[in-house]
Write a protein that binds this ligand. Structure first.
Ligand code: 4AD
Ligand code: MG
Length: 463
């Protein structure tokens, strides 16, 4: 019987000597001399590769001398203590099978490549050190999101991807339609007749699962979503993608302060889990991508997040003596430059800004007693800016009807949502955390395109 395969992450932890170990992976580099070939192979199970030593007694030694980077191989051999510096163990091969040869045009040769070039080969970049690490961290964080909420009795809800409601009221939705774009049915005024479309009404990809999440929270108390969301906003920045993943918890009986408390515990849980479970990958990011990363994450774990009102934030920005590109005054949207000044320079750690003017926030946020501000909260973090956006929700039917109308939205479309306020309305709150921004924060990667497997941004939908 063949010995089963051992993952490289495991092989690297075994105590030598161990005979008859079988590993499978892709060649990161191969260095041949007359009598011996050293091969580094990696199967993605760990950051480190395993060194394979092949000597000329191996039957296909000549072929192995010409082994190319990127090839898939299966190796059987003895795990021994490595006589050389650089690794604890190595595998002395007794057989090497070339499973899939990579031809010489394989674009990932040993030299370092720029991230921009690697984006053009997103189907292969996962075989590099950096992207292997990014996607292992991403996977661990995804699981920890469930761990955090499940341990607290939250119910995981799958909210729809196709929707007729604009949850943010910002009109940034991708249309979903089966009408023939070259010849859609039109009425006598020339307007497209959506009655004949698949859903017999205009439909879109969702920008947020929040409205559905609210309905579930007003029945299950504590829920969360974790799924893809879509925004047709034409912003070409390092922090915006047209398709991104969002986590949206929604809690009945929570007010804005409870909401901030939960968000702080959530972010800290995720940082702690990453430090514990992704130590080897984070060491790499700390050394090669973002010096000081680990220390910064540890510092955040051990300090309270700052909380300040929007008014206070505006006053501090105005009094900072800085000349910002966008001027600040009460009522102005905080731009990235303002957010970063607040969290990076003024406070030096994550900062909640709460109670924003109603004009710059969404219709569903609870109106404060001053009638000028809403119970909103954004969490700003160094290097990223806005990581979380959330609020207490407007639970009063008449106020909500008014804010929907004032936002220029069609009340008809929100009748089901308003039902949740007609039948047993209750105070509730929630927030949305952008998953890619979290992965950027934890890894120090600076471009959202480099933390999602196949990024979708304006004019880019490859792979
Ligand atoms: O602030 P946003 O728009 O809030 C909502 O969607 C609410 N419905 C959330 C809620 O209260 N349930 O988005 C939430 C977060 C932002 O803070 C940001 O981290 C991320 O989602 N985000 C994006 N991430 C990547 N690309 C984009 N285009 C993003 N837009 C928002
Ligand atoms: Mg926001």
């Amino acid at each position: 019987m063949q010995t089963p395969r051992t993952k490289i992450s495991e092989a690297l932890t075994l105590d030598p000597p161990r005979a008859d170990l079988r590993v499978k992976g892709w060649v990161r580099s191969a260095r041949a001399s007359k009598n011996v070939v050293f091969i580094q192979i990696n199967d993605g199970s760990s950051f480190s590769s395993l060194q394979i030593v092949v000597d000329k007694a191996i039957e296909n030694f000549e072929a192995i001398k010409h082994l190319t980077t990127g090839s898939a191989v299966e190796v059987v051999g003895a795990l021994i203590e490595s006589p050389a510096k650089g690794q604890r163990v190595e595998l002395k091969a007794t057989s090497v099978k070339i499973v899939g040869k990579a031809d010489d045009k394989y674009p990932l040769q040993k030299k370092r490549h720029g991230f921009e070039f690697l984006r053009s080969i997103a189907h292969l970049r996962v075989r590099t050190n950096t992207f292997g690490a990014v996607f292992r961290v991403r996977s661990v964080l995804a699981q920890e999101i469930h761990n955090f909420f499940q341990a607290r009795g939250f119910v995981y809800v799958h909210t729809p991807i196709i929707t007729a409601s604009d949850a943010e009221g910002a009109g940034e939705m991708f249309r979903v339609s089966t009408l023939d774009p070259r010849d859609p049915p039109r009425d006598d005024k020339g307007a497209i007749v959506y009655d004949q479309d698949f859903f017999a009404r205009p439909t879109f990809l969702t920008v947020s699962g929040q409205l559905n999440g609210e309905a579930f929270a007003l029945g299950l108390s504590d829920i969360y979503t974790f799924g893809p969301t879509f925004r047709a906003e034409n912003s070409n920045t390092t922090r915006h993608a047209a398709e991104f993943w969002m986590i949206e918890p929604e809690m009945a009986w929570y007010d804005l302060e409870d909401n901030c408390d939960l968000a702080e515990a959530f972010v800290k849980h995720l940082l702690k889990a990453a430090l514990e479970r992704c130590a080897e990958d984070l060491e790499f990011f700390n050394k090669r991508i973002d010096k000081g990363l680990i220390q910064r994450l540890e510092h955040v774990l051990n300090s309270g997040f700052e909380r300040m009102s929007y008014r206070e934030a505006v006053d501090k920005l105005a009094g900072s003596g800085r000349s910002f590109e966008y001027p600040v005054h009460f009522g102005a949207n905080l731009q990235a430059e303002h957010e970063r000044y607040l969290t990076e320079e003024l406070v030096g750690r994550p900062t909640f800004v709460v109670d924003y003017p109603k004009e710059i926030k969404a219709f569903y946020m609870r109106r404060n007693d001053d009638d000028r501000t809403v119970a909103a909260m954004d969490l700003l973090v160094p290097k990223i800016g806005e990581l979380i956006g959330g609020s207490q929700r407007e639970e009063r039917l008449e106020v909500l009807e008014r804010t929907i109308t004032e936002a220029g939205l069609d009340l008809e479309h929100y009748q089901w949502y308003l039902d949740t306020r007609r039948y047993g309305t209750a105070p509730h709150a929630g927030f949305g955390l952008g998953f890619e921004r979290l992965v950027m924060y934890v890894t120090g990667m600076e471009n959202i395109r480099d933390v999602i497997p196949f990024p979708r941004t304006p004019r880019h939908c490859d792979f």
